[in-house]
Ligand binder design. Structure first.
Ligand SMILES: *Cc1c(COP(=O)(O)O)cnc(C)c1O
Length: 379
């Protein structure tokens, strides 16, 4: 089955008792058993719930995987992957990682004896240099936030295989519609479902998808033992969101391309970061491993003034000034004073986050209105 058909049908079927076409919200904690050990596959909703189960099967299908697990947030999903490791194990990851992932690694898991290395992953030789006999996990995020760098997943899979380590890819920015890391050699795919998959800025949720049965056993054991599961109502909302994932992402990509080209030609704009531009340093890799270039764009301003950046994010009218991304509505943010404020200025500048850098999550409104809004704010 192709993607759009899977988005609408995979994992879901009309309710057998009523014929309801939509998966019911099974708002229940427990399930009556006919006799001891004689149940219908569900015993307790931390372990499994039918609404969540439908969503997990759907997500597994969208990522061409076999097993899916949903969590209370993207970070809870990442937490599950790191709990597969043991003290003394080492992880190699990228130096422009999502801030919450960095905080989880450094402030929670380092004290349990897991060691993390952060390198420039756009250059595979930096990853090779950081791998050693203790490396048990390579953690990739691509495209990255907010610099929209692209990491070569196949190259990372080669390195992880020869090191005997797992490869996990945070696929949040790309969505399963644009990129399928399992097909490129990854062992686990992670999503902040909060973003494009949910798509309507009304749910916080995370997911893991894998093919391997042994990894799946660990994933479900930790999901059930740690208990960071998602709710039936949220599972329902995400199942509904997914039915239009392919349509939304197509429009996000089309709109982002027009916005990126508008920004490139604007005299007040300095650099534009969007992997669909031929000038993007990783454009060739993006073209090879992605089916489209996504809805996230960053740009900075001629003169690099923080005041100019603040004026622009204040004067937009269609865009809303907010953290997060991937919803139907366009959002604008200023990483240096919002998402990436805790990072010291020098460190920020090393990875390209200038004072005037502005990040856009281009929504699915009419693109003429989006461009008109940016145009008036820039002038
Ligand atoms: C938002 C985000 C996360 C964290 O997900 P939550 O659902 O907010 O916990 C992880 N990775 C990326 C790339 C994100 O954008």
């Amino acid at each position: 089955m192709k993607f759009g058909t899977k988005a609408i049908h995979a994992g879901v079927k009309p309710d057998e008792s009523t014929g309801a076409i939509m998966t019911p919200i099974y708002q229940t904690s427990t399930y009556v058993q006919d006799g001891v050990g004689n149940h219908k596959g569900y015993q307790y909703s931390r372990t499994q719930n039918p609404t969540r189960h439908a969503l997990e099967k759907n997500l597994a299908a969208l990522e061409n995987g076999k097993h899916g697990a949903c969590f209370g947030s993207g970070l809870a999903a990442i937490d599950c992957v790191i709990k597969m490791l043991n003290p003394g194990d080492e992880v190699v990851s990228t130096n422009d990682l999502y801030g919450g992932t960095f905080r989880l690694f450094k402030t929670i898991f380092e004290k349990y004896g897991i060691k993390f290395h952060f390198v420039g992953m756009s250059d595979p030789s930096e990853v090779e240099a950081a791998v050693n006999k203790n490396t048990k996990l390579i953690w990739v995020e691509t495209p990255t936030n907010p610099m929209i760098n692209i990491i070569d997943i196949e190259a990372m899979a080669k390195i992880s295989k020869s090191a005997g380590a797992m490869l996990c890819v945070d696929n949040t920015f790309a969505t399963p519609y644009l990129q399928n890391p399992l097909d490129l050699g990854a062992d686990i795919v992670m999503h902040s479902v909060t973003k494009y998959i949910g798509g309507h800025s009304d749910v916080v949720m995370g997911a893991l998808i894998c093919k391997d049965d042994a990894i799946a056993d660990e994933m479900y054991r930790i999901q059930n033992s740690s208990g960071a599961v998602t709710a039936p109502m949220d599972s329902f909302l995400v199942l509904r969101g997914i039915k239009t994932l392919h349509l939304r992402v197509q429009r996000h990509c089309e709109n982002a391309e027009k916005v990126a080209r508008f920004l490139v030609s604007h005299p007040k704009v300095d650099k534009v970061y969007w992997p669909g531009l031929e000038s993007h340093p990783n454009h060739a890799i993006a073209k090879r491993q992605m089916r489209g270039f996504g809805g996230m764009i960053s740009f900075d301003l001629e003169g690099n003034s923080i005041e100019d950046a603040h004026t622009i994010v204040k004067n937009v009218k269609v865009f809303a000034l907010a953290e997060s991304l991937g919803g139907v509505e366009s959002l604008i943010g200023h990483p240096a004073t919002m998402t990436h404020a805790p990072i010291p200025k020098e460190e920020r500048e090393k990875i390209g986050i200038s004072d005037s850098l502005i990040r856009l999550s281009v929504g699915v409104e009419d693109v003429e209105d989006i461009i008109e809004d940016l145009s008036q704010a820039l002038s």
